[in-house]
Design a protein around this ligand. Structure first.
Ligand code: AMP
Length: 191
């Protein structure tokens, strides 16, 4: 793989965030999480944060325009010039198309969309466990179900989108963090 412009895909709780951080460290590129940026906006009570708060707590998606704007600004920062690991963006086909446009403008196309696949039952278990540890506002059972539903309907079609472009790689997300991280690195070798 020539550079490290990577999108990580996966259902909520697939371990995507953990792997995104590890991968970004290994590649020496920024980890860009729209969820983290939105949570920071909520905490800072910015206009975006005030609008996003309830939607996030209910497990819904913040509107495309807002999220695309956040991603566009972040990707234009100098530390993303040599690559990035995008975590939680894109989540809809419109966002994926917008990302392609942003990267085309920057003349830096995506190298790889890496999907971490897991069994839904295990995912729900992981999320409930994380809810206890982290106390995230969107980790109650109703919101978790909503987030899984949103993932199935809105985000999982991105696998086909990226497969069609020849940049999709899949890694099984079951097992130890280190094993999965090794599998992620191996999958990227083929990208
Ligand atoms: P995450 O930390 O990636 O699970 O994101 C937490 C929440 O932030 C999601 O459930 C959404 O409400 C919102 N969010 C994060 N990224 C996006 C995105 N790309 N599009 C829409 N909403 C998002």
């Amino acid at each position: 793989m020539s550079a490290g412009r990577i999108v990580l895909l996966g259902a909520p709780g697939a371990g995507k965030g953990t792997q995104a951080v590890l991968l970004a460290e290994k590649l020496g590129v920024p980890h860009i999480s729209t969820g983290d940026m939105l949570r920071a906006a909520v905490a800072a009570e910015t206009p975006v944060g005030l609008k996003a708060k309830e939607i996030m707590e209910a497990g819904g998606l913040v509107n495309d325009e807002t999220v695309i704007g956040i991603a566009r600004e972040r990707l234009a920062e100098s530390d993303a010039e040599g690559g990035f690991v995008l975590d939680g963006f894109p989540r809809t086909l419109d966002q994926a198309e917008a990302l392609d446009e942003i990267l085309a403008e920057l003349k830096k196309p995506l190298d790889c969309a890496l999907a971490i696949t897991v069994d839904t039952e295990e995912v729900v278990e992981r999320l409930l466990k994380r809810a206890k540890i982290e106390g995230r506002a969107d980790d109650n059972e109703v919101a978790i179900r909503e987030r899984m539903q949103v993932y199935e309907t809105q985000t999982s079609p991105l696998m086909g989108y990226y497969a069609g472009k020849g940049v999709l790689r899949e890694v099984a997300g079951m097992g130890q963090i280190q094993e999965i991280s090794d599998a992620v690195m191996a999958a990227l070798e083929t990208a």
